[in-house]
Design a protein around this ligand. Structure first.
Ligand SMILES: [Zn+2]
Length: 256
């Protein structure tokens, strides 16, 4: 039983075989999935609503991605509407991306701040995307008084991990931990306090070894769990159990 804490099941790459992908997840020990809505096209919002409605083990998160921050005036009303849906347990992914700079940095920061305020009002944990911008991301989280959330697909340093933990945030480890050159991330997966660790796929992106380069899907989260087990000298079942409890606690999921 594994909780994939970050998937994009509404991505067009799953258009043709979404039902099969969900079936595969269940066959490979995935018990719960957080699916992230980011595009807010009519198509995506509809698919997202259908997924949440038809599968009791799928939960939702919605947020304006830093890439799209420049379109915030169009997306904001759609975000607010999506957040009304039942089974929304988080706000995100939101944050800063200084690698691609698809939106101007000042706009990214402003849209990030506004969404953090919204998360505080709605009392939702946040799902954070931060690429080559960790220092500013953490400054903003701190100044907005955020203390509940997760840094998704963590790619920072050990010092940055400590700052995240001090803020009360969780660290989510994705497929790159299985890559041979990922020594910093592997050290983080080894040392992060167990009660703050989550696992994810970020599918359809970032497929782990041994399926690297393929389309990723929730069933492959087991490779991340196995790798963390190896690194920490723990049984994969134990890693799965603990990270599932953590995700359920963070997202306020009770019951089965
Ligand atoms: Zn994502």
């Amino acid at each position: 039983m594994i909780f994939d804490s970050h998937a994009h099941l509404t991505d067009p790459q799953f258009k043709k075989d979404r039902a099969q992908v969900i079936e595969n997840a269940l066959t490979h020990g995935v018990s719960q999935i957080l699916t992230v809505c980011s595009f807010f096209t009519e198509r995506e919002t509809e698919d997202f609503a259908t997924l949440l409605e038809h599968h009791d083990f799928i939960f939702g998160s919605a947020g304006i991605h830093p890439h799209d921050a420049k379109q915030w005036d169009k997306l904001w009303p759609r975000l607010e509407k999506t957040l009304q849906m039942e089974k929304i347990v988080a706000l995100g992914e939101i944050g800063l991306d200084y690698h691609y700079n698809n939106s101007p940095r000042e706009t990214q920061k402003e849209v990030f701040r506004q969404q953090l305020k919204l998360a505080n009002t709605r009392e939702l944990p946040v799902v954070i995307h931060s690429r080559e911008a960790m220092e500013e991301t953490l400054d903003i989280l701190h100044s907005e008084g955020i203390n509940s959330g997760v840094i998704h697909c963590f790619s920072g340093s050990e010092d940055e991990m400590k700052v995240c933990l001090n803020l009360g945030l969780h660290i989510s480890v994705a497929g790159p931990v299985t890559f041979t050159k990922a020594s910093t991330l592997q050290r983080i997966a080894q040392t992060v306090p167990l009660d703050k660790l989550l696992v994810e796929t970020d599918c359809p992106y970032l497929a782990p070894q041994p399926v690297r380069g393929k389309r990723n899907e929730p069933a492959f989260v087991r490779y991340v769990v196995e790798k963390i087990g190896q690194l920490r000298g723990m049984a994969p079942e134990q890693v799965a159990e603990i990270t599932t409890q953590n995700a359920r606690r963070l997202f306020g999921i009770t019951g089965s």
